[in-house]
Design a protein around this ligand. Structure first.
Ligand SMILES: NC(=O)c1ccc[n+]([C@@H]2O[C@H](COP(=O)([O-])OP(=O)(O)OC[C@H]3O[C@@H](n4cnc5c(N)ncnc54)[C@H](OP(=O)(O)O)[C@@H]3O)[C@@H](O)[C@H]2O)c1
Length: 322
């Protein structure tokens, strides 16, 4: 089968289209023929390995020193079950599914996954391309908004509202009944409004932390908001959520803020749960949320897709079709 193989860290050109052995499902596994996947900012970061000094060593130990131990990237997927192992009960041949590989393997024509992985029948009202753009960003947004204990009627600011996580965060915050303020650049103001933001702020023209407004939740999806300004702009018992929290300084300042005030700073990794995929699927089928797709590329063009994601200005998701 065709797969995109990454044998060393580096620029997008390290990614190579190769012929590799098609996997065979174990007794508890399904073999999925992949029709669509995404290139996420996480894939881009694993390939480039531009990691700050603090997590550099632990991440190299986990990922592989000279090059990635797991050489086929790709988390999101949508496709069809081609065959199942003898103990599989949840899926059958021909099922149209979507979900997550858990981190690796979707940038290929086929992958084998345990039926217990984060997989579900694809929403009825979606193409494979749309379905592939749901889980990674959608569950991250959901994870952090829940960590912030989001409640109806709260004032919630989404910083980086035009990215993959941001576009889901705007829609989910709206679904939870919050008043949503989206922060993005001029070109994305209309798009973020169309997703349900009550108000949009152009970060190229205005620093929202200087307006004197306060919020129950500030969710920074891109790691570029000013730390102390955000903490100051929280209401009492407010949450500052940071999807990107990798350097020492925000971790220490976050712990200090959480220990010395009623405000909480939360970072960390969004863990994957099958129930979250089902929850997102139900919202999609009810017409409450939808993925935003910026560009589409073929599997063979994945280096180009990585180059685009690396610029840091994609609107929503970048999808790969097979
Ligand atoms: N903690 C976790 O478990 C977890 C899970 C998933 C992802 N993440 C992390 O979350 C981050 C976001 O991922 P993503 O895929 O959503 O990112 P993304 O789609 O690549 O973000 C791109 C967006 O960021 C906006 N942006 C760039 N600079 C900005 C700035 N200074 N202020 C406001 N917005 C700005 C861009 O808008 P403009 O073009 O308008 O500037 C663009 O729409 C990544 O770093 C990823 O690694 C963390």
């Amino acid at each position: 089968m065709k797969a995109i193989v990454c044998t060393k860290y580096g620029p997008p050109e390290v990614l190579q289209l190769k012929e590799v052995e098609k996997p065979t499902p174990k007794d508890n596994e399904v073999l999925i023929k992949i029709f669509a996947t995404t290139v996420t900012s996480g894939d881009m970061r694993m390939r480039s390995f531009k990691v700050p000094p603090l997590p550099w060593l632990p991440m190299r130990i986990i990922m592989g020193f000279r090059g990635p131990r797991k050489k086929i990237f790709g988390t999101d997927l949508a496709g069809e079950i081609e065959s199942v192992g003898k103990d599989v009960k949840l899926f059958k041949k021909g099922d149209q599914i979507f979900g997550s590989t858990g981190g690796f393997g979707a940038h290929a024509e086929y992958v084998c996954l345990s039926e217990e992985e984060v997989l579900a029948i694809k929403p009825t009202n979606m193409t494979y391309e749309d379905a592939a753009a749901v889980f990674f960003a959608g569950h991250t947004a959901l994870h952090f908004l829940r960590k912030g204990n989001i409640q109806s009627g709260q004032k919630v600011l989404i910083y980086g509202a035009s990215g993959a996580v941001g576009t889901f965060a705007v829609q989910l915050a709206r679904y939870f009944g919050a008043e949503v303020i989206g922060v993005c650049s001029t070109t994305n103001l209309e798009m973020v409004k169309s997703l349900g933001a009550d108000k949009v702020i152009d970060y190229t023209k205005k620093d929202f932390t200087k307006s004197g407004e306060t919020y129950d939740i500030i969710f920074d999806t891109v790691g570029k908001s000013p730390f102390s300004g955000c903490v100051k702009s929280l209401k009492k018992k407010g949450f500052y959520l940071r999807a990107v929290h990798m350097t020492l300084s925000p971790i220490v300042r976050g712990l200090w803020t959480s220990m010395t005030s009623s405000k909480k700073v939360i970072g960390g990794v969004a863990t994957e749960h099958k129930e979250d995929l089902i929850f997102l699927k139900e919202l999609i089928e009810a017409g409450k949320i939808k993925p935003v797709i910026d560009r589409r590329y073929l599997l063979e063009q994945i280096a180009e897709a990585h180059g685009y994601v690396e610029k840091g200005h994609k609107r929503g998701n970048v999808v790969i079709t097979l």
